[in-house]
Design a protein around this ligand. Sequence first.
Ligand SMILES: *Cc1c(COP(=O)(O)O)cnc(C)c1O
Length: 331
Amino acid sequence: MSAFGTVFTPEMIISRFENNNWSTPQVVKSDSITLHPGAHVLHYSSTCFEGLKAFRHADGGIYIFRMDKNVARMAQSSELLSLPKIDQTMLSEMITDIVSRFAADVPNPPGSMYIRPTHIGTEPSIGKAAAPSLQSLMYVLLSPVGDYFAGGAKPLRLLLEDNARCASHMGMVKSGGNYASALQPIMKARAAVQADQVLFCPNGDVQETGAANFLLIDGKEIITKALDASFLHGVTRDSILTLARDRGMTVSERQLTVDELLERAAKPDAEAALSGTAAVLTPVGTLIHDGKEHTVGTGQGGPTTNALRQALNEIQWGQAEDKHGWLTKVC
Ligand SMILES: *Cc1c(COP(=O)(O)O)cnc(C)c1O
């Protein structure tokens, strides 16, 4: 099977911001953009994106999960990067239009249609290192994806690292440069200790990994960092915390130090997980810190992680009631 995110539908939808106006969105071939080599994004990283999914239900209907949240986050990212202001209604319509056009290509669960809205600064000016791009492109690409866990959900190994993933005021922006800046630590952790991901913990403050939020589960309590500008406010994180509250769990959004994490992770029934749209909720089996390996609980994930992932999947797949109104019907 093809790797996640490498297959695209033949067409996407695009709008251009020029002379203070967004153009009427157009469906074009997915490989049809041209950029001037001096485009702002290529030099100064004026780029942000989103990741959300559409699901096929048993009755054949196609539903998008928490589109409003993702569209709002894209507007916030655009604003924090001084990109042109986006029209949230227009972006929502672009998403539903292109998904309904390719409705027949939305895979059955556990597959889905991954949706990738992208916004880039296109003004051809290498003189604007300290000034915003006044032109931009916003497009919505689609990628049908299969089961992220084909071959089994192996518990992850995380290396705890004392550095930040990105600049502390940029963590909540879903922007290209943040991912590039996290690559070297991740590559080094893979080579040195066969870690799957790095858990960034600047000054002992447990934040997140390169592309997923971190949750610690201790009995009936779920603990995760409170929202601030330093890390990405995941829609999956918010959804899992909501489902945990629905089940009567105590949700503690607060600071979690490395010391407290390692102490709690040593309990026999402790669980830890990463949350994100692509993989939903992935168990963490091992934390590596200061050259020592710490097994989380049994090291094999646990029942609460599995139950929360299943509860979220059942809503996405139309197998449980959508009590919180998270789904948008496309067609
Ligand atoms: C996208 C992302 C997440 C997860 O966000 P979701 O909305 O749950 O997909 C977490 N951390 C980073 C750095 C991300 O880019």
